[in-house]
Design a binder for this molecule. Structure first.
Ligand code: DSN
Length: 414
């Protein structure tokens, strides 16, 4: 029986979401459109198989084919990041990070990460996350110019003496200097852990410097700039750390690996390893740069004054509306973004004075600088007249028209 016949409710909602993804301009910096082949294997019979353990070391029978699948995913992941060991089992980026901590830290150990309100991530020690509950977390941030001051990070590290320094961010617009972070980590004999979830697609295309060989351990998600299925991965060059990671993920925090997702990761990695990937990653950066340039020419401030990567952060501190107001107005105009805190923030994290806008998903649809120039001008038009709902309706139509020229999925696929 088809999904349509068996469960019309879910079928219809999935179709509505498909239409939303196709008609709107998806500009949430952490989202992307994955490939049909990735979705095909993710929806396959591989979901039926239990395979607790690792290739050739399982606790269940019948694993000969999923062993091969997981080994292919591991091999491709290692090739992609030019590293020695990879664990492709984490169900998400958060679980990958939890696995990293479990492998190398004891409860109560000190960790030093980037402040969530400065662009870091919940799992980098925020007090509301298990990373901030089980470990004693300390933070570095960005200066008012939106950049990490590595001298300050060094000073904080000397005072805190953390067991682990975490680099990587969810809303940072400049290149991260992994070599400098390693110098700081070495000065206090800390592990250096990079969470490259946001920039991984750029890293593997040499469009951002690599965390290897500088970091002891690296985690990522596979669904952001990498365009694969939702999931996490952990990499290292250290055999001893690799063994600890494996036991920290299974049996430490996870049971049976999601073999359908691991297969989908392998398929995504095959795309990432293709020559076309470099073209995509370059375009992601070029599009974000164009977006930033046009917004600045329209008198908007950008945190750090521009971007080196896939996102821009609008700084609305000098405007009389908040990040929440702005993202709501853009949503009404068919442009999906998210509100975000900015350096020197004066509003709560639920309101904020910034908007994070990313280029990966629209680049996946084939949009280039010309389209990003058009979109940036539409964003500026909407925000400059933020209470004008008829303008928002008009822009929504224009956006839908633009989106219809960049087909990402066959709208009859469900
Ligand atoms: N939720 C992701 C982001 O939007 O950056 C991070 O996990």
């Amino acid at each position: 029986m088809s999904l349509e016949n068996f469960d019309k409710e879910i079928f219809d909602l999935t179709n509505k979401e498909l239409k939303r993804q196709c008609d709107y301009l998806e500009m949430i910096a952490s989202e992307n459109f994955t490939y049909p082949e990735v979705m095909e294997v993710m929806g396959s019979i591989l979901t039926n198989k239990y395979a607790e353990g690792y290739p050739n070391k399982r606790y269940y029978g019948g694993c000969e084919f999923v062993d091969e699948i997981e080994q292919i995913a591991i091999n491709r992941c290692k090739k992609l990041f030019s590293c020695e060991f990879a664990n492709v089992q984490p169900n998400s980026g958060s679980q990958a990070n939890q696995g990293v901590y479990g492998a190398l830290l004891k409860p109560g150990d000190k960790i030093l990460g980037m402040d969530l309100s400065h662009g870091g991530h919940l799992t980098h020690g925020a007090k509301v996350s298990s990373s901030g509950k089980y470990y004693e977390s300390f933070f570095y941030g960005v200066e008012l110019d939106g950049r990490i001051n590595y001298d300050k990070v060094y000073e904080i590290a000397q005072i805190v003496k953390p067991k682990m320094i975490i680099c990587g961010a969810s809303a940072y617009t400049r290149e991260i200097d992994f070599a400098k972070f390693r110098e700081i980590a070495d000065s206090v004999k800390a592990y250096l852990f990079a969470d490259v979830a946001h920039i991984a697609g750029l890293v593997v295309a040499d469009e951002h410097n690599s965390p290897f060989p500088h970091c002891h351990i690296v985690s990522s998600t596979t669904h952001k700039t990498l365009r694969g299925p939702r999931g996490g991965i952990i990499m290292t060059n250290d055999e001893d750390i690799a063994k600890k990671i494996n036991s920290s993920i299974f049996p430490g925090i996870q049971g049976g690996p999601l073999m359908h997702v691991i297969a989908a990761k392998a398929v995504g990695f095959k795309y990432n390893l293709s020559p076309e990937w470099k073209i995509y990653a370059k375009q992601v950066k070029a599009n974000a740069k164009k977006l930033g340039e046009i917004l600045m020419s329209r008198n908007f401030d950008l945190v750090s004054g521009g971007t080196d990567n896939h996102l821009v952060l609008l700084n609305l501190l000098n405007k009389d509306y908040s990040g929440k107001d702005a993202s709501n107005a853009l949503e009404n105009a068919g442009i999906t973004t998210n509100k975000n805190t900015v350096p020197g923030e004066i509003r709560s994290p639920f309101i904020t004075s910034g908007v994070r806008i990313g280029s990966p998903a629209l680049t996946a649809r084939g949009m280039k600088e010309a389209e990003f120039e058009f979109i940036a001008n539409k964003i500026a038009d909407v925000l400059d007249d933020i209470n004008n709902t008829s303008l928002q309706e008009k822009v929504k139509d224009e956006v839908k028209n633009l989106a219809s020229k960049f087909i990402i999925y066959n709208q009859a696929m469900y």
